[in-house]
Structure formats: structure tokens, C-alpha cells
Design a protein around this ligand. Structure first.
Ligand SMILES: NC(=O)c1ccc[n+]([C@@H]2O[C@H](COP(=O)([O-])OP(=O)(O)OC[C@H]3O[C@@H](n4cnc5c(N)ncnc54)[C@H](O)[C@@H]3O)[C@@H](O)[C@H]2O)c1
Ligand SMILES: [Fe+2]
Length: 424
């Protein structure tokens, strides 16, 4: 029988930027930008990534192709509204035809925000997803943006999303619109060889959660039909295309993440993780992430004193750590929504066989073992949170409407608080 198209969604969408992947791809950026007809490009990066030499190599490639090019290297790791305002002010000092982001999600998201705010009037909160911001859609053309990820990673090179820490609200939030998707993704696995083990581990867990959350997200045809089919949400829910990318990503992460953390110079493991990140970004950038990501925003936003090894010396919970800390409890809770899918994910990831008797514990167990092996903090107490913080964290999660729309089970305040309690 056909689904009731008047009540349920019957269409899913898929989009991704053109991609150049492979050793040496970073040296083709000058020619790519020149071919777009641009005459000038601003390279955005953070100080740590600038130290690797890749941003200046990109700048030299741009100069070699006859373009004007400069590097802005004051991107903040885990960007804030304040750090983005500084980048926007710098970019506004002259007219740029094109932006090139070289770095992890922090550099790429900053470049997305700079592109948006130098082509549109208003400030970031006008575009942030409601209820936190006004959720305006960009109405003018944006400039071309080339994204060169040096972590494996956020998948930001494929997605429509820009994540920002709103300092006064003590909350992370997102801007999402198809116009923010980069015009070209250039993934060169060699750029990830210099990643410290702790960043490799956290960003690798981010890849894993992108794949797992999309794979278990609410199916697109279980969602209500959109009021305006031309304004479908960016996260359309699980579908056969996102499943294909997510399964491939899970397999690669299972085979390569431990190796990439322990032997950072292993180009095979680095290439597999770069590919996994691209696959997962392609999957979750359409289907969507759900509760672990919704939880990660208040966990990162309300941080007090926690400092993460391998990251800049400042209080922060790296995104990959914030995402994975509640993942085992979330997948225990989502198991009844689709037991077969959860067992399959555990099998692909671990290479072991699981049956229904392993039940809801299979996936959390595989995740917990991996997190232990690569030294990802397993509890919220490790970040300085206690029982007293659960209400604040729950409140923050309930504001993440984009992710909550694809949680595969009906969700209420008690369920979110229970996940946080189980993750202490
Ligand atoms: N837009 C999206 O779709 C999306 C998705 C998930 C997360 N995010 C956001 O992305 C940010 C996290 O990004 P990330 O995990 O990629 O890390 P990051 O960009 O914050 O970088 C982490 C650290 O690694 C360093 N680093 C990066 N590449 C390096 C390299 N090749 N060699 C040595 N050091 C290197 C950086 O200097 C920094 O200190 C967060 O703000 C998160 O919220 C965005
Ligand atoms: Fe993420």
C-alpha cells in the first residue's frame, strides 16, 4: 500500500558539493579558484593549522595562479559569536571574490559565517535556527567557498551547517541553509598526518556519531509532510542514500580509527579516516544527526574549567568528546525504535556477530570499548558536570530543534534528563 502522502513525507533529498579527494589535491586549489573566475581569495585558518604550513601552501598556489590572496589565521578553535565577528570585520576590510577554509570544522564553519555575514546585512543570531535565533534564510547570493578539511572530522566541507558558541547564552547553536554548503570540498588525507592523537580520537568519534545518528535517525517517510515542499528542512531523516554512505563510514571507522590514533603516520589509516569523514558528512548532511549532537551543544556551551589535552589551553569540551559522551546511553534508549538497525551498526563497526539476545547493550558496548581504547572521556563528571547540572543541560538540548526533529522515538524532558543522568 502507498503511504498517505497527505499526512506523511514521501520525498527525500540529497545534495553534496563537488569533491576532489587524494594526495596532492591541495595543490590544485589555485587552478580551481582561477577557473571560477575569481581574482582574489581570503584563506581562513586557526593558528595551530597555520603552523602545519598547509594554509601558506594554499596561498602560494593561489598567488601562482595569478590571484590576490591573504591568510587570516585568527579563527578560534570551536568558534564563538565573538571570534566570528572578528573574522567578519577582517574580511570586510576589502572585497573578496572567494573564501578558502583550511582547517577543521572551526575554520570551515568560520568561513561559512564570514561568507554569510559579508554578503548579507544583519548579525549571526538573525540566521541561527529558532528558537535560539530568528532562523532567517539567506536571500542574496553567497561567494564561492572552498573547504579543505585538515581533521577527519566534522564533514563540514559537505554540510549546510555552521556551528557557533553563543557566549552570553552559554550555548552552542547552528545556522543551516543549503546556500552555506561549500562550492568545492578538497580532501587531501596528507593534511591530517600532523593531527595530535587526542584530536584524531575526538574528531574520529565525531565521524562515528555522524554515521550512527544518521543511520538510526527517524526515517524520512515517518515525518509529517512539509507545509511548503520548496522549504524542506536540511535534515530530511534516514533514507536509502544516507544509509549507504553511513554504513560505508562505519566500516572504515571500525577498521581504522584505533590505528589512526595510535600510529598517526600511517597514511593508509589516515586516508581511510578522511574517506570515512567524507562519507559520513555526505550521509548526515542530508539525513541529519539526532540526540548525541543535540546534547553536545549544551555540554560544550556550559563548560567551566575542563581543558582537553592536544587542544589549545582554554576551557573547552572538544566537539567529538561532547558528542560521544552521551552516545552509549542514547543508543540504548533508541534501540526499541529499530533493533535490527542498531545490531547491524554494532556488527559493521566491530566486525562481530550480534543477535537479538544481545539486545540494547550491543551498540553501547562496542562504543564504550572503542572510547576506552582511544581514551575518550566516558562520563560527564570528567568534564566537571554533576547531578546539579542536568536541568541546565536538558534545557539546552530541548532548544536544538533541528536535531530533535529526527530523533527516532518520541522525546520529552524526562527522557533527555534520563540520558544525561545515565551519562554522568
Ligand atoms: N558544520 C558542521 O557540519 C559541523 C559538524 C560537526 C562539528 N562542527 C563544529 O566543528 C568544530 C570542531 O571541528 P574539528 O573537530 O574538525 O576540530 P577543530 O577545527 O576545532 O580543530 C581542533 C584542533 O586541531 C588542530 N588541528 C586541526 N587540523 C590539524 C592538523 N592537520 N594538524 C595539526 N593540528 C590540527 C586545530 O588547530 C585545533 O587546535 C566545532 O566547533 C564543532 O561544533 C561542525
Ligand atoms: Fe559533529
Amino acid at each position: 500500500m502507498l503511504p498517505d502522502i497527505h499526512r506523511n513525507e514521501s520525498v527525500f533529498t540529497w545534495a553534496a558539493p563537488p569533491l576532489k579527494f587524494g594526495h596532492g589535491a591541495i595543490d590544485e586549489i589555485g587552478a580551481e579558484v582561477a577557473a571560477m573566475g575569481a581574482k582574489s581569495a581570503l584563506v581562513l585558518t586557526d593558528p595551530g593549522v597555520r603552523g602545519t604550513g598547509f594554509p601558506d601552501r594554499v596561498r602560494e598556489g593561489l598567488l601562482g595562479a595569478g590571484l590576490k590572496a591573504e591568510v587570516f589565521d585568527r579563527v578560534a578553535v570551536e568558534p564563538t559569536d565573538r571570534s566570528i565577528a572578528e573574522a567578519v570585520a577582517f574580511a570586510r576590510e576589502r572585497e573578496w571574490d572567494c573564501f578558502v577554509a583550511v582547517g577543521g570544522g572551526s575554520a570551515i564553519d568560520t568561513a561559512k559565517a564570514v561568507n554569510l555575514l559579508t554578503t548579507h546585512p544583519g548579525d549571526l543570531l538573525d540566521f541561527v535556527t529558532p528558537p535560539i535565533g530568528a532562523g532567517k534564510a539567506p536571500w542574496l547570493p553567497l561567494k564561492p567557498l572552498i573547504a579543505v578539511p585538515t581533521t577527519a572530522g566534522t564533514g563540514s566541507e559537505s554540510t549546510t551547517i555552521c556551528v557557533v558558541d553563543l557566549l552570553d547564552l552559554h550555548l552552542k547553536a547552528g545556522v543551516s541553509h543549503p546556500k552555506l554548503r561549500p562550492s568545492l570540498a578538497v580532501v587531501d588525507p596528507v593534511t591530517t598526518m600532523s593531527l595530535p592523537p587526542q584530536v584524531t580520537a575526538a574528531s574520529g568519534m565525531d565521524v562515528l556519531c555522524h554515521a550512527l545518528e544518521s543511520f538510526t535517525s527517524l526515517r524520512y517517510d515517518a515525518k509529517p509532510a512539509p507545509e511548503d515542499p520548496m522549504r524542506r528542512p536540511a535534515f530530511c531523516g534516514g533514507n536509502p542514500i544516507s544509509d549507504t554512505w553511513c554504513e560505508a563510514a562505519l566500516r572504515l571507522v571500525g577498521q581504522s580509527l584505533r590505528k589512526a590514533v595510535c600510529s598517526g603516520r600511517d597514511l593508509g589509516a589516515r586516508s581511510a579516516m578522511a574517506l570515512a569523514s567524507t562519507y559520513a558528512g555526505t550521509g548526515f548532511g542530508n539525513a541529519g544527526t539526532h540526540l548525541p549532537h543535540a546534547n553536545a551543544y549544551p555540554i560544550a556551551g556550559a563548560v567551566r574549567g575542563y581543558r582537553a589535552e592536544g587542544y589549545p589551553e582554554m576551557p573547552m569540551v572538544p566537539h567529538g568528546q561532547a558528542v560521544s559522551v552521551t552516545a552509549p546511553a542514547v543508543f540504548r534508549w533508541t534501540y526499541p525504535a529499530d533493533p535490527e538497525r542498531h545490531l547491524r551498526a554494532a556488527e559493521i563497526l566491530s566486525g562481530q556477530r550480534f543477535t537479538a539476545t544481545d539486545g540494547a547493550e550491543a551498540l553501547p558496548q562496542v562504543l564504550t570499548e572503542l572510547m576506552r581504547d582511544i581514551e575518550i572521556p566516558a562520563g560527564l563528571r570528567g568534564f566537571g558536570y554533576t547531578e546539579d547540572d542536568i536541568d541546565t543541560l536538558t534545557e539546552g538540548t530541548l532548544k536544538q530543534t533541528r536535531q530533535l526533529a529526527v530523533v527516532p522515538r518520541p522525546l520529552d524532558r524526562r527522557a533527555v534528563a534520563a540520558v544525561f543522568s545515565a551519562s554522568l
